[in-house]
Design a binder for this molecule. Structure first.
Ligand SMILES: Cc1cc2nc3c(=O)[nH]c(=O)nc-3n(C[C@H](O)[C@H](O)[C@H](O)COP(=O)(O)OP(=O)(O)OC[C@H]3O[C@@H](n4cnc5c(N)ncnc54)[C@H](O)[C@@H]3O)c2cc1C
Ligand SMILES: NC(=O)c1ccc[n+]([C@@H]2O[C@H](COP(=O)([O-])OP(=O)(O)OC[C@H]3O[C@@H](n4cnc5c(N)ncnc54)[C@H](O)[C@@H]3O)[C@@H](O)[C@H]2O)c1
Length: 449
């Protein structure tokens, strides 16, 4: 067999899949190498199962909050059955067949780079004109005395669980921690979330974190801010954490939502001239180039660990290989935490803008006071929108929203930021009445610019 390819894709998560699809369509001879399941973390243990199990509780809340409708009950067995369907019962046979039918060489096994353009995939040696590194990220568990004594879960155990625990402790108050707390608590698990920072969602605008702190308890989550686990131990069937403030928390399981790290160890990337950054991320340029004919995309680049970014970088790298290069542009890409209500953001926070030396104007509105849609949507309406503008260039540079469906309508801000649409043009936009989109008009009016 001829083991030389135009392109070898290492890792078939969302990034690898998009790059592979684009290259196949262009007629390239490619090898795709995946050591677990084609679809990656997102399809089986992250985005897909988490968003699938968050939807029924969200639908129930919608029913409970709308006037004149009742009777929504949650059913874990039905929910987990549908989740198992959505994660393909952890079987990627159809994906393997699909790529093979499209003409790709599909290799299931661990890939390692052995030299420029050379790869060991399982027990096969391959060569390729181009290599795309799309190996994703691993969860990070802190070094904790007694870690081996407690029942420690990551996103993998959490989002494939058949039986839910009665009590859970979640460590980490960022996206995974907040979404997982929402999911478990809504399904009746007694959840304590501990977070070492003084507010949730530390990388987002501080108001978004404050509002997450306000709304999460509605799901039944107990939040402990400013505490760190010092030691783990077992008491009967309970996993106990001793905290640094002298108190303890206990649960059937401890879920670690403590971040992720690029998957680069032992994969021989240095043999292809790839340089790692201080967080272990593969360093890339604006075309996702990591070295001579080597490209890297997705979580392994540490740029923005989201599926939509991995997919975007897959397009960027494939286009460069195909001879139609364009530069990746990361400003204004949306970030959504699928809590209840949703927490969405795009662009810079006030702090980040300050660090760039930008002159800014900010405005925040309460949606219920400003527009009609929250009232037709639910009793006791909730919703907040904040905008951040650059007063010199007179364009939006940041936005955040905490409200129903905010993950959908944040895209208006995302586009405005990416396309640098003048505030004047945005103020002339006409939104359908009554929709959440109308909030932009009210917030733009409030911006002193
Ligand atoms: C709980 C959770 C929920 C999330 N929800 C969302 C969400 O709603 N929206 C969103 O945008 N993002 C979400 N994310 C982030 C998202 O999962 C990642 O950003 C995304 O999966 C990154 O895609 P990727 O292709 O870079 O890597 P991955 O999905 O990690 O895929 C990498 C693939 O490479 C394979 N691989 C690794 N090393 C090798 C090797 N040496 N040889 C062969 N194969 C290898 C792996 O097996 C894996 O299949 C979530 C993350 C978590 C943990
Ligand atoms: N809806 C989405 O798009 C979505 C959902 C989930 C995750 N993600 C992505 O996946 C990635 C991983 O998410 P995450 O929430 O696990 O990571 P993260 O890096 O965003 O947050 C980790 C949190 O754990 C805390 N932490 C770390 N070590 C700790 C320790 N020893 N003790 C106490 N706290 C500790 C940190 O302070 C931080 O708040 C993120 O980059 C996120 O963007 C996206």
């Amino acid at each position: 067999m001829d083991d030389h390819f135009d392109v070898a894709v290492l890792g078939m998560g969302p990034g690898g899949e998009v790059a592979a699809g684009r290259l196949l369509k262009a007629g390239k001879k490619i090898a795709v190498i995946e050591r677990e399941l084609i679809g990656g973390e997102c399809a089986y243990w992250a985005c897909i199962p988490s968003k699938t199990v968050l939807r029924p509780p969200e639908a129930r809340t919608e029913v409970q909050r709308a006037a004149g409708v009742s009777g929504a009950e949650l059913d874990w067995s039905e929910t987990s059955g549908y989740r198992d369907y959505m994660i393909r019962h952890l079987d990627d046979k159809d994906q393997i067949d699909g790529y093979a039918r499209q003409g790709a060489e599909v290799i299931k096994g661990e890939a390692r780079i052995t030299g420029p353009g050379r790869i060991l995939a399982g027990d096969r040696e391959l060569s390729a004109d181009h290599i795309i590194i799309a190996t994703g990220s691993d969860p990070v568990l802190p070094t904790l005395e007694g870690l081996d004594q407690i029942t420690a879960w990551t996103n993998r155990e959490t989002y494939t669980a058949t039986t839910l625990p009665e009590r859970a402790v979640i460590i980490g108050g960022s996206a995974v921690g907040v979404e997982t707390a929402t999911f478990l608590a809504r399904f009746g698990v007694k959840v304590t979330l501990i977070h070492r920072g003084d507010r949730l969602l530390g990388r987002e605008e501080s108001r978004a974190g404050e509002l997450a702190y306000q709304y999460l308890p509605e799901a039944g989550v107990e939040i402990r801010l400013g505490v760190t686990a010092r030691r783990g131990r077992r008491e009967g069937d309970q996993s106990v954490l001793d905290l640094d403030d002298g108190t303890e928390v206990a649960g059937d399981v401890v879920v670690f939502a403590t971040g992720r790290t690029p998957r680069t160890q032992g994969l021989g990337f240095e043999h292809a001239g790839v340089v790692l950054g201080d967080r272990g991320q593969v360093q890339v340029d604006e075309h996702c180039r990591a070295g001579e004919n080597v490209w890297a995309i997705g979580d392994v680049t540490g740029i923005m660990p989201f599926t939509h970014v991995a997919k975007y970088q897959g397009r960027i790298a494939a286009d460069a290989i195909l001879g139609t290069p364009r530069k990746a542009f990361y400003e204004g890409i949306p970030r959504v935490v699928f809590a209840d209500p949703e927490i969405a953001a795009a662009g810079l926070t006030l702090d980040q803008a300050g660090r760039r030396g930008l002159k800014t104007a900010a405005a925040e509105i309460d949606l219920a006071a400003a527009i009609t849609r929250p009232w037709t949507y639910e009793r006791d309406p909730r919703g907040h929108l904040g905008l951040l503008a650059d007063t010199d260039r007179k364009v939006l540079i940041g936005a955040w929203a905490v409200a129903p469906m905010a993950g959908e309508w944040i895209h208006q801000a995302s586009l405005a930021i990416r396309a640098q649409i003048p505030i004047e043009t945005l103020r002339d936009q006409v939104a359908q009445y009554p929709t959440y989109h109308e909030a932009y008009q009210a917030a733009l009016d409030k911006l002193e610019i």
